[in-house]
Write a new protein. Structure first.
Length: 352
């Protein structure tokens, strides 16, 4: 049996879409039991069982406890990776317990692992790109606004790693270019905020079609799905390398920490002939077909499940060096959220 620890509601957005797609796919060839990542419970493996999932930062949660159990055929950690110790430092205590770490991350982050404090994780790491379902994010953009009249869009939240202060700084230097936001984003002088929107609704799809570019300038973002989703719609993604995507087909990079240079690139996109934008669209659609799709993602996960033993290089054993500590305040926040979520589940079962 495969024991999958991952958010898995039937939704089209990450992280739930990852868990849901895996259940559908893996169930075709094996029994699968799914768990929420923040559950307080113990899994006792039977011979041949595989554990795969996302470690929650909160203490006593299911993946943390299961990784310490003996008797698994294989134990795989699968979750986002970047270099922010506050986000992933707590994983250092569990890397020795797993056979492989499927790192959901962009090329930028994975190519740097060997030169970071996480280098001792590398023997067990496998790079896993995200995916998008084009049926859920249909192609919308058939024409662009005219030169000098292009519009930019940010989709997401205001988490620290999203670096929204820098986004605002860039567009303060571009007073004639509109920057719109969708999601949990504070209202500012430059942002035109639309709040949360359901992209299944026709009016919201029509709104999306008025934009030309989706921009995100994270400084510690593994590989946001909004880049792929917007590309699937036909918008052109613009992002910092520290959003995970670097030197990718159909994606334009702007530098981190240099608002003037970023401004110049955006100005050039605003003035680019339609033919140049169409070429970027074509390249983006090819990247989705070749790499950023669910068959590629799911088959890569399945292949790792079926390989016996640790994913190591040249017989090396991955051992933690100096202990990497996570952000205590973040761990406490997740612990409180996990307690509340588990209490909700218990109450719901009691009512039923």
């Amino acid at each position: 049996m495969i024991h999958l620890v991952y958010p898995h509601l039937n939704k089209i957005s990450a992280p739930n879409v990852i868990g849901h797609k895996l259940i559908e796919f893996l169930s075709k060839s094996s029994a699968v039991r799914a768990y929420n990542w923040d559950e307080f419970r113990t899994i006792i493996p039977e011979p041949g069982d595989v554990l795969i999932g996302h470690v929650c930062p909160a203490p006593f949660t299911v993946m943390k406890r299961a990784l310490k159990e003996e008797g698994w055929f294989k134990k795989i950690i699968m979750q986002p990776y970047n270099e922010d110790v506050r986000q992933i430092g707590f994983l250092d205590a569990y890397i020795d317990d797993c056979d492989a770490f499927l790192a959901i991350t962009g090329k930028y982050w994975f190519e740097r692992v060997a030169s970071t404090q996480f280098a001792h994780w590398l023997p067990k790491m496998i790079h896993l790109d995200l995916a998008v379902d084009k049926e859920h994010f249909p192609y919308l953009k058939t024409t662009f606004n005219g030169e000098g009249k292009r519009k930019f869009l940010y989709i997401g939240n205001d988490r620290a790693g999203k670096n929204l202060d820098y986004l605002e700084e860039i567009f303060e230097k571009l007073p004639t270019i509109e920057i719109h936001t969708i999601g949990k984003v504070p209202s500012t002088r430059r942002f035109i905020n639309h709040g949360y929107l359901n992209f299944k609704e026709k009016s919201n799809k029509e709104l999306l079609n008025t934009f030309d570019f989706m921009i995100t300038v994270g400084n510690a973002d593994a590989n946001p799905t909004t880049v792929l989703e917007s590309m699937s719609w036909g918008l052109i993604p613009v992002c910092t390398p520290t959003s995970g995507y670097v030197n990718e087909q159909g994606i334009v990079n702007v530098p981190l920490g240099d608002a003037q240079a970023a401004r110049d690139i955006i100005e050039s996109l605003n003035a680019m002939p339609q033919s140049g934008l169409i070429q970027l669209q074509i390249e983006g659609q090819k990247a989705l077909r070749d790499n950023y799709n669910w068959p590629v993602f799911l088959n890569k996960v399945k292949a790792q499940i079926e390989i016996k033993g640790a994913q190591v290089l040249s017989g090396e054993v991955c051992r933690a060096g100096a202990v990497i500590k996570g952000d205590i305040s973040q761990l406490c926040k997740y612990f409180i959220k996990a307690i509340l979520k588990n209490a909700e589940r218990i109450w719901a079962k009691a009512r039923n």
